[in-house]
Design a protein around this ligand. Structure first.
Ligand code: ADP
Length: 643
């Protein structure tokens, strides 16, 4: 036991560390509070654990708390706990040196990092450097601690420059008090003697710490009758309130995720969800799981009931916060979930991370990868298990982002495919799954038909579908831009290829070769006339009632895709399409007859122009020369209407 004051030099690595902390974290000074609260909470945890077997050690001091005492006049900030405390030797061991073996690696990592300012503040908790973060805000740190079961206390003091002093002192209760003589603050820097700043910082970083973090605050309280001064008429003279000091708990302490999952009520879920998401609508569903294996972690995840307005913005934050033993490490933890599930909000608490993580390290951390894999699995399972109505609500909101996973998460492609829903030509406005589609397929049907386009009305009335509808074949109506990417990656479902209803030959029936031959000359002529616009003229496999449509080859970009690219300002290669003409149509027969009579008849070219316009209009496109179209139409009607 040291009765006298001793002075010690810091070990070199402590000095190195301290200057690094101060240099790389100067813009995140407030984290010192998180670190000290976290240490205090750990100290209480340890004591609580010890008291499980030695209940007498607590004495009368059984109300665990962490007290913050700001002193604006003296520019001092004090934090005090009634945890396990430290003996003289423990102080030297814990505070004077860096005992942790990882520290060296940590120092190297920081040194090697080109720009120290980009180092995430999360690093600070790593390798046990938390206490030193006090020097981010303090010129001088005084720690007074009394270990449980000890009569004497130890005072440790340092200006963070070269060394520290240590001496025996007195303290009237168990635990640790740390007094920070704050630096003179620069303009725009937070003032940690200010109530609001302290409240904010605790809320943000330590809200779910398991013990009350308290502070004395001044409150207005109504005066009692006796205290009230009355005027001559017996009326109270203002003010009718007095200032009183009240101890207030600043953190909610509700580590909802740490509770047994059956013990968390719906209200608690809603409240917690609100707290982390700032979304006032209750979540649609949640997952609460404790994973206990070689690695331990808890996850509490929520599926929101509505999409954020900025769902597709790059800068949007991901909704998962990472905690370590109820201590907040970081929000926006992109490493824990892939982009296509980033609508999920919640918390992952991984004790094994040991506050031991930065964003850089996260990406390469096998525990994090493990957690991520598992979370994806659980979320996809949850979505798959939602009752239909809820799932559809989810799908309306988040379907477009979920679908991205088909392209970006190949190992889970099949699982995501199960979650796809489409309206079809036969579903009467209802969503169906691919599984349902396949179950409804005709015995001879080999392919899953789909069509992509801007909206359901255009799609369901599309001339491309005439023949398919006539044969009672179901077609998936895909009206979401993302569907184009879904199709390009999915290609088949349950071994049934996906087949565009607007591209290539539908191959629904044998074409009548003889009849086709009758049209060869006319089609050649039309092709020549429209050469700059189209690639080919062919008898249609799509049409039943309509005369003309434009079709792509199987490998072509769809018309909708072309439109999407153009609308986003990207260069879409101009694709010449195939003009498909319906040789069963009486009008076509008449044009052919006209052509056979006189292949120089000028009307043939007019009709060719009109056929192309009709094809374009039929797919919801814009024609080049609407004026000419309406003029020719007028003439045709005049001719047709012989009354
Ligand atoms: P870490 O908390 O990561 O171990 P710190 O530098 O913050 O690293 O603290 C070093 C050690 O000092 C802790 O592990 C703990 O044993 C001790 N310590 C720090 N703060 C307290 C406290 N408030 N009460 C008791 N012990 C503490």
């Amino acid at each position: 036991m040291a009765a006298q004051k001793e002075t010690h030099q810091f070990k070199t690595e402590v000095q190195q560390l301290m200057s690094l902390i101060i240099n790389s974290l100067y813009s995140n000074k407030e984290i010192f509070l998180r670190e000290l609260i976290s240490n205090a909470s750990d100290a209480i945890d340890k004591l609580r654990f010890k008291s499980l077997t030695e209940s007498e050690i607590l004495g009368k001091d059984t109300e665990f708390k962490i007290k913050l005492i700001p002193d604006a006049k003296g520019n001092i900030f004090t934090i005090s706990d009634n945890g396990i405390g430290m003996t003289h030797d423990e102080v030297i061991e814990n505070i004077g040196t860096i005992a942790k073996s990882g520290t060296f690696t940590f120092l190297k990592a920081i040194e090697q990092s080109k720009n120290q300012n980009t180092l995430a503040p999360e690093l600070i908790g790593q390798f046990g450097v938390g206490f030193y973060s006090a020097f981010l805000v303090a010129d001088k740190v005084t720690l007074i601690t009394r270990a449980v079961g000890s009569d004497t206390a130890t005072k440790w003091e340092s200006d963070g420059q070269g060394g520290y002093s240590i001496e025996e002192t007195e303290k009237d209760s168990r635990g640790t008090t740390i007094i920070l003589k704050l630096k003179k603050k620069e303009k725009d820097e937070p003032d940690f003697t200010e109530e609001w700043t302290i409240r904010q910082t605790v809320k943000q970083h330590s809200d779910f710490v398991n013990y009350p973090v308290v502070m004395d605050v001044e409150k207005d309280e109504p005066l009692s009758k006796e205290e009230q001064i009355l005027d001559k008429d017996g009326k109270p003279i203002e003010p009718s309130t007095k200032k009183v000091i009240k101890e207030e708990t600043l953190n909610s302490m509700k580590a909802v995720w740490a509770k047994d999952k059956d013990e968390v009520t719906e209200e608690e879920h809603n409240e917690f969800y609100q707290h982390i998401s700032h979304d006032w609508k209750p979540p649609l569903a949640h997952i609460h799981m404790k994973f206990e294996g070689t690695t331990e972690y808890t996850a509490l995840l929520y599926i929101p009931s509505q999409a954020p307005f900025n769902m597709f913005e790059q800068e949007r934050k991901h909704g998962v916060n990472l905690y370590c033993k109820r201590v907040f490490i970081m929000d926006d933890c992109k490493e824990l979930l892939p982009e296509y599930l980033s609508f999920t909000k919640g918390v992952v608490d991984a004790p094994d991370l040991n506050l031991n993580i930065s964003r850089e390290i996260l990406q390469h951390n096998s525990l994090v990868r493990n957690i991520r894999k598992n979370l994806v699995k659980k979320i996809l399972e949850l979505l798959g298990s939602l009752e239909q109505e809820k799932y559809e609500q989810f799908y309306q909101e988040f379907g477009p982002i979920l679908k991205v996973g088909i392209q970006t998460d190949l190992p889970n492609k099949d699982k995501i495919a199960e979650l796809l829903r489409y309206k079809t030509t036969k579903s009467n406005g209802k969503f169906i799954s691919l599984k349902e589609y396949v179950a409804n397929m005709k015995p001879e049907q080999k392919e899953i038909y789909y069509i992509t386009g801007e909206n359901l009305t255009i799609l369901s009335n599309s001339p491309y579908l005439e023949n398919l509808k006539d044969k009672d074949l179901e077609v998936l109506l895909m009206s979401d831009p993302v569907d184009e990417w879904v199709i390009s990656e999915l290609r088949e479902y349950e071994k049934k290829p996906l087949k565009s209803a607007e591209k290539g030959d539908l191959g629904l029936e044998k074409t009548d070769d003889k009849k086709k031959d009758e049209y060869t000359a006319l089609f050649e002529h039309i092709k020549k006339h429209l050469e700059t616009m189209i690639r080919e003229v062919k008898p249609s496999t799509h049409l039943k009632g309509s005369m003309a449509c434009l079709a792509g080859e199987d490998y072509d970009m769809s018309a909708y895709m072309e439109k999407i690219l153009k609308s986003t300002g990207q260069d879409a290669p101009a694709i010449k399409r195939v003009l498909e003409l319906n040789i069963q149509h009486p009008a076509l027969e008449k044009i052919n007859a006209l052509f056979e009579k006189d292949n120089n008849d000028s009307r043939i070219n007019d009709y060719a122009d009109i056929l192309l316009d009709i094809a374009i209009i039929g797919q919801g496109g814009k024609i080049d020369n609407p004026g000419r179209f309406s003029k020719i139409m007028g003439e045709l009607m005049t001719d047709a209407l012989d009354v």
